[in-house]
Design a protein around this ligand. Structure first.
Ligand code: NAD
Length: 289
């Protein structure tokens, strides 16, 4: 039970692969056809190196993780071998259901399929599967190697055995699990996105600067990171997709994405990953403006 296939080599797929390899899984990571996953593997290695340089990770553990991690060169073979598959592709229900359908043509019937959606219906995603009982929401947080939480979301079809396996997975990965019902945004995104959108509206209305809005919650409410910096870290495009989904499903105006957010996404100001969001990002650090 030690072969993990990660589908989607973006921010979250890399993080899940990183933690999987460190926790003893043989990890293969893949992306859509035509995308070279080599740079993703190099960036995971660079993150592991950073851990060693900072004295937070033993070099022998890093070396073992590097040896267990590779870019998938044969999707069919890696899917067939996988005990666990976790998808971390864009937040799009049609894409995620098509991925699950495609996966099921290749994985063994006993393989567990986790979907790392932040807000979409696990029940709808599971419905695309022939064996929907083994589909479950595995919502990790960014950066995956640092964030302690794994939000497990039960589809209507998820079996108790799948939940047990996922709880065991959380333990192996060193995560604290919570188990949540399949409702839009689950427990985390429903609250977190609400706060992020309100902070953007406040910025739009000139209430305070981005840095001061963040400081308000960091010092006033002991949040480890303010909502605007966090939105930069998550990616404005990712959060916009979640907000639009929550607005469609839950209707409340609190989920209506502000114009400023749409404009920034259209301009490619997606946050840390593009170097510009509510902050400028230089060498991985946020700089005001
Ligand atoms: P991302 O944009 O960084 O990466 C998405 C990856 O999916 C890209 O590499 C893309 O090429 C790949 N992809 C697209 N179509 C594919 C296909 N057909 N087959 C294989 N790969 C394909 O996005 P992300 O931030 O990593 O988010 C991925 C998922 O994780 C989303 O569902 C998001 O809501 C969720 N999530 C994100 C965060 C966050 O902080 N960014 C946190 C928790 C959960």
């Amino acid at each position: 039970m030690n072969k993990l296939l990660v589908v989607g080599a973006g921010t979250m797929g890399r993080g899940i692969a990183h933690v999987g390899a460190l926790s003893g899984f043989d990890v293969a990571i893949t992306d859509k056809k035509g995308v070279d996953v080599g740079p993703a593997v190099l960036s995971i290695r660079a993150d592991l190196d950073k851990g060693v340089a900072k004295g937070k990770l033993d070099a022998t553990l890093r070396d073992a993780a590097v040896a267990r991690l590779r870019a998938s060169t044969d999707f069919c073979k890696d899917a067939e071998a996988a005990d666990i598959v976790i998808e971390a592709v864009f937040e799009d229900i049609d894409l995620k259901t098509s991925i699950v359908k495609h996966l099921e043509e290749h994985v063994r019937p006993d393989a567990l399929i986790g979907t790392n959606t932040s807000s979409l219906s696990i029940t709808k995603i599971a419905a695309a599967a022939q064996h929907p009982g083994r589909v479950i929401g595995t919502h990790f947080f960014n950066p995956v190697h640092i964030m302690q939480l794994l939000e497990i979301v039960m589809a209507e079809q998820t079996t108790p055995a799948t939940l047990e396996r996922t709880l065991a997975l959380a333990k192996t990965l060193g995560k604290t699990a919570i188990v949540v019902k399949d409702v839009p945004g689950f427990a985390t995104s429903r609250l977190g996105v609400c706060l992020g959108l309100e902070a953007i509206r406040m910025l739009e209305q000139g209430v305070a600067s981005a840095a001061d809005i963040d400081t308000a919650l960091e010092l006033g409410y002991r949040h480890p990171m303010g909502p605007l910096k966090l939105t930069d870290l998550v990616g404005l495009d990712v959060r916009l997709a979640i907000a639009d989904h929550l607005h469609r499903e839950l209707k409340g105006d609190q989920y209506k994405a502000p114009d400023l957010m749409r404009r920034m996404v259209a301009e490619g100001k997606l946050g840390k990953k593009t170097g510009q969001g509510f902050y400028r990002w230089v060498d991985g650090n946020a700089v005001a403006g």
